[in-house]
Write a protein that binds this ligand. Structure first.
Ligand code: AQP
Length: 335
């Protein structure tokens, strides 16, 4: 009999909290594509996370569809991976509650993402924003994920996930796999075009600070031409030129050209030519994706079939973990 290969499990997700940026694409999606095949990947659209800040219902619906279409258009094969919408798997909320009851206020208040985001919302900070890491832990632990691709900004949340899993395993008996961070070889952090000390973020108030995956060529050219650089005038990968460094990173991730090659090529040339090439590279990279996204969005039925199939598989796996947890903590199962 042929032995079935057991692949390591990967879980990752993107919030439909804004239209996706090239940060989401170059920092996450492009790497996710490379992982399919080698790993058993669960790629989720984390709508429960998106509502930790206020969302307009019709925008949330539109974006959730669009994010699914972007996953597929970027090259994530729905046959090889489990693509699903988080709210279609109620086990996420149920395990999150349980984990919340085992998470300390002190642990949550140390999270830097909470500290950063809560500054933006003044006195109207939702409790969900504070509890977000327990939901993220539930997302990962439900699928017994071995690996979680994380950017630097999410490392702290993954550490907490590991602590919560160990706490539960020690208090009851081994239940959760302890997940490891997966740092992609070609990981890139794309910075805000207007303030390159901050990461590019889809929920920024300034549209010039990001490029959306669905931006038109004209808009992309304009935003790149307005990107903050410096008065040094030399294309160099240096911490003294964060704006230029960021544009070089974008060019490097898209074209595969090394920083050395880029520096040599632009010797004696101005920022205008450099920026034009960066804009063109982004436009060329995004064009086929945008075309495919539009086709997919015109065929909602197929998208519905994909997320239904994903939800079936995700529910099956997640419920198995959830039932174990419920039994161990003393909940009475329905006979
Ligand atoms: N600028 C970025 N550079 C590299 N990777 C990025 N990611 C996001 N921005 C960049 C990666 O995208 C994945 C999903 O992110 P998310 O939507 O769950 O939330 P986020 O990291 O908080 O992204 P945003 O755009 O900043 O969202 P908002 O503004 O809603 O908070 C992650 O793998 C992340 O590393």
């Amino acid at each position: 009999m042929e032995q079935q290969e057991v692949k390591k499990v990967i879980f990752s997700g993107i919030q439909p909290s804004g239209d996706l940026t090239i940060g989401n694409y170059l920092g996450a999606l492009k790497n996710w594509v490379k992982l399919q095949g080698e790993y058993d990947c669960y790629y989720c659209i984390v709508d429960l996370h998106a509502i930790t800040v206020k969302q307009i219902p019709k925008d949330l619906r539109r974006r959730t569809f669009e994010v699914l279409a972007i996953y597929i258009a970027a090259g994530i094969d729905p046959e090889k991976n489990t693509l699903f919408i988080q709210s279609h798997v109620p086990a996420h909320s149920e395990l999150a509650w349980n984990l919340n009851c085992n998470t300390y206020m002190g642990e949550l208040s140390r999270m830097t993402q909470y500290k950063d985001k809560s500054k933006r919302y003044g006195n109207n900070i939702a409790a969900g924003l504070f509890n977000y890491p327990a939901l993220m832990a539930a997302d990962i632990l439900l699928y017994q994920a071995d690996l979680v691709p994380v950017g630097a900004d999410q490392k702290q949340h993954l550490e907490l996930t590991r602590d919560l899993a160990e706490r539960f395993n020690n208090a009851y008996s081994p239940t959760f796999k302890i997940p490891e961070p997966y740092i992609p070889k070609a990981g890139a952090k794309i910075m805000d075009l207007q303030d390159p000390t901050k990461k590019m973020s889809k929920s920024s108030d300034n549209p010039n600070s990001y490029i959306l995956i669905m931006d038109t060529p004209d808009v992309i050219r304009k935003k790149i031409s307005r990107a903050v650089t410096d008065s040094i005038g030399i294309v160099k990968y240096s911490d003294e030129q964060l704006g230029v460094k960021n544009l070089m990173t974008i060019l490097n991730v898209i074209t595969g050209k090394t920083f050395d090659e880029i520096e040599k090529y632009y010797q004696g040339k101005g920022y205008a030519e450099f920026k034009k090439d960066v804009g063109d590279a982004i436009i060329n990279e995004l064009e086929p994706i945008q075309k495919k996204v539009k086709e997919l969005l015109d065929d909602k039925k197929s998208l519905e079939e994909i997320y239904k199939k994903g939800a079936e598989k995700a529910n099956y796996v997640a419920n198995k973990t959830l039932r174990k947890v419920q039994k161990k903590i003393g909940f009475i199962p329905i006979k």
